[in-house]
Design a protein around this ligand. Structure first.
Ligand SMILES: C[S@@+](CC[C@H](N)C(=O)[O-])C[C@H]1O[C@@H](n2cnc3c(N)ncnc32)[C@H](O)[C@@H]1O
Length: 284
């Protein structure tokens, strides 16, 4: 297997296995937490009634359904490699006409050419083994002049919502090896030069980068214990703790709780900063 094929195989296994299952369990919480990003990214994409939209790596479908409302009577396709996450999306969409779901790898799916006016993603495009090939495949599905708009994380240091729990967990567990600059993962698109190289290499216009700074309620309104649970299921601390024994996990949870408690407010929120790029480019 080539490196890229191996990465894709690993991602397929992860999002259909433990990773996807954790996103399913946490999906309502995560959608509350990431709502400020969804709102800003959709506003940035400016979807118009009648447009045909692709939501890449749509996960449990929140943004797909929001886009469907915005483009009605147009149509939105939510595409994802994760069966468990798409099952949630389909359930949520029951009774809504203008959405469709495809379980496929965005990098390799045989899209009908010139189909979409807008290709959108919230955090679903940083996991490709060969990103240039993946974005070239997506471009084939784009109509001439179509917009590509996605949200991706800036660096870990600009994302205290992920950094704080990770640092607390690392008081008990040694850090994982740092990912290489070309490795997929949540921070794989933090470097604007790299993203520019990938998108222009795939034939898109040179992208624009808009900084978005948001406060993310990592408790999803459920208080500091909910924030602690979420941080140990999704994100960098969760990955660090995944293979640890139960005693260490419990100790790390308490360390995370102590780090988050000062940020809790009486309304059940735990607000921490998130640093995002809104990226947009065009097909020609
Ligand atoms: C961080 S989650 C974001 C999910 C969703 N967009 C959201 O904001 O809630 C990343 C998503 O990308 C999907 N994904 C990863 N690689 C993919 C690929 N090659 N093709 C399609 N989806 C992919 C995962 O299954 C997962 O649902």
């Amino acid at each position: 297997m080539t490196d890229a094929a191996q990465v894709n195989a690993d991602q397929l296994a992860y999002w259909n296995g433990a990773g996807g299952e954790r996103w399913v369990v946490e999906h309502t919480h995560t959608d509350v937490m990431l709502a400020p990003v969804a709102e800003a990214a959709i506003a940035h994409a400016a979807p118009r009634p009648g447009e045909n939209v692709l939501d890449i790596g749509c996960g449990c479908g929140w943004t797909t359904l929001a886009l469907a409302e915005a483009v009605s009577p147009g149509r939105v396709t939510g595409l994802d490699i994760s069966g468990p996450m798409l099952a949630v999306a389909e359930q949520r969409a029951a009774g809504r006409g203008a959405v469709g779901w495809v379980q496929a790898d965005a990098a390799a799916h045989d899209f009908a050419e010139d189909s979409f006016d807008l290709l959108f993603s919230r955090f679903g495009v940083m996991f490709f083994g060969d990103p240039v090939a993946a974005f070239a495949n997506l471009r084939r599905a784009a109509r001439p002049g179509a917009r590509l708009v996605f949200a991706c994380w800036r660096g870990l240091n600009e994302n205290p919502w992920m950094l704080l729990p990770l640092q607390a967990a690392q008081t008990l567990v040694p850090p994982l090896p740092r990912p290489g600059p070309e490795d997929p993962g949540p921070f794989a698109f933090a470097d604007t030069d790299r993203v520019t190289r990938i998108l222009t290499g795939a034939g898109w216009t040179p992208p624009r980068f808009t900084k978005l700074d948001v406060t993310l309620d990592i408790a999803g309104g459920g208080g500091v214990d909910a924030a602690m649970d979420h941080a140990t299921r999704i994100g960098a601390a969760a990955r660090l703790l995944a293979d640890q024994d139960e005693a260490i996990r419990q100790a790390a949870k308490q360390a995370i709780r102590a780090a988050l408690a000062p940020h809790a407010t009486p309304d059940g929120r735990v607000g921490l900063g998130g640093g995002v790029w809104l990226v947009d480019a065009r097909n020609g």
